[in-house]
Design a protein around this ligand. Structure first.
Ligand code: FMN
Length: 329
């Protein structure tokens, strides 16, 4: 058993979190991760309205009696969704664990903390992590450059970012980005983390609600199959490398760059959603991390979490055999 500050705080068996994933973090996956001993997280904005989030929370609760959370992602958009409404619906439904992500989270964090919730806040820099610590969050999720989705603009890989977290942070943190197996969990623990957060790996499980073709695409992909879009707009996102994402990058790189308005149709969320529904990996933009190269199968969440737990324990035991004190002369 790997007991950490995270397993104690969240009352979970294994220090493995399934991060919020737009169009993927639905009740079937969330309940499966929680039933397997990790922490499943529903993605609020995948539900069209706060009322539908209520239904998703109830559906998840019917499928697991274990703790699970809700992700609320604050987007850089002119017409923001009803974040407060989503948060209130989840709190009223009894959810007590939240993952927050995105810009200017202070009002949301304040609301959640005043309702007795545990808040895990996702950050890509130590500066933001320390600021969230001051806002009173309970756990930080430190997303390195390898991660799917938004790695920030500073390009700091997980190894240095986590070692910096060990130097600077006082509250528990989980390692996010680039983790798919027990070796990754053992490494994260060595870097001072209280557990790991995984996205891409959980996308490729039996209970993940995406089209089987996309799971097969993930299994066939390598660590070279992601690309960064929106670098020039300072809103970098790591996504699967396909004809659409390559077209976006080509437009961004042409002389004079590209305005968001010119990219809007290519990157639309509606097209991304259809990738998961229709199974055509070239239909739109979809998030994926460098861990694509580590994923070789489509296990159940139970099999995956058990395997990660056992492999992490074996890795730690094997390492302690390799590191022997120097013989006295
Ligand atoms: C398909 C997909 C959708 C994602 N959507 C969100 C999201 O809506 N909000 C968020 O905070 N993170 C999102 N993420 C990021 C994950 O929560 C997690 O931080 C990331 O996947 C970690 O990197 P990894 O994929 O290398 O494990 C998404 C990731 C994936 C793969």
């Amino acid at each position: 058993m790997i007991a950490t500050a995270l397993t104690e705080l969240l009352r979970i068996r294994v220090p493995v979190v399934q991060g919020g994933m737009q169009w993927v973090g639905k009740p079937s996956l969330v309940a499966a991760v929680s039933n397997a001993g990790g922490l499943g997280i529903l993605t609020a904005l995948t539900q069209p309205t706060p009322e539908q989030l209520r239904v998703a929370v109830r559906e998840t609760r019917a499928a697991t009696d274990k703790p699970f959370g809700v992700n609320i992602t604050l987007l850089p958009t002119i017409n923001p969704p009803d974040y407060q409404g989503y948060a209130r619906a989840a709190v009223e439904e009894g959810v007590r664990i939240f993952e927050t992500a995105g810009n200017n989270p202070s009002k949301l964090i304040e609301y959640l903390k005043s309702n007795g919730c545990i808040v895990i806040h996702k950050c890509t820099t130590i500066r933001h992590a320390k600021s969230a610590e001051r806002m009173g969050v309970d756990v930080l999720s430190i997303d390195g450059f390898e991660c799917a989705g938004h790695p920030g603009e500073e390009d700091i890989g997980g190894l240095v970012l986590l070692a910096r977290a060990a130097q600077e942070l006082r509250i528990p943190y989980v390692a996010s980005g680039g983790i798919a197996d027990g070796r990754g969990l053992a490494a994260a623990l060595a870097l001072g983390a209280a557990g790991v957060n995984m996205g891409t790996r959980f996308m490729c499980t039996v209970e993940s609600p995406i089209h089987p073709n996309i799971k097969d695409t993930i299994v066939k992909a390598t660590e070279q199959d992601t690309i960064h879009i929106f670098r020039t707009l300072k809103n970098t996102a790591r996504v699967f490398k396909n004809s659409v994402s390559m077209e976006v990058v080509a437009l961004e790189r042409r002389a004079g760059g590209a305005q968001f308005s010119e990219l809007r149709d290519l990157v639309s969320g509606a097209r991304g959603k259809l990738v998961y529904e229709n199974g055509d990996p070239d239909y739109g933009i979809w998030s994926a991390g460098v861990v694509l190269g580590l994923i070789k199968d489509i296990p159940t969440c139970e099999e995956l979490v058990k395997r990660i737990e056992k492999d992490a324990e074996d890795t730690i035991a094997e390492m302690s055999k390799r590191v022997r004190p120097m013989a006295k002369l």
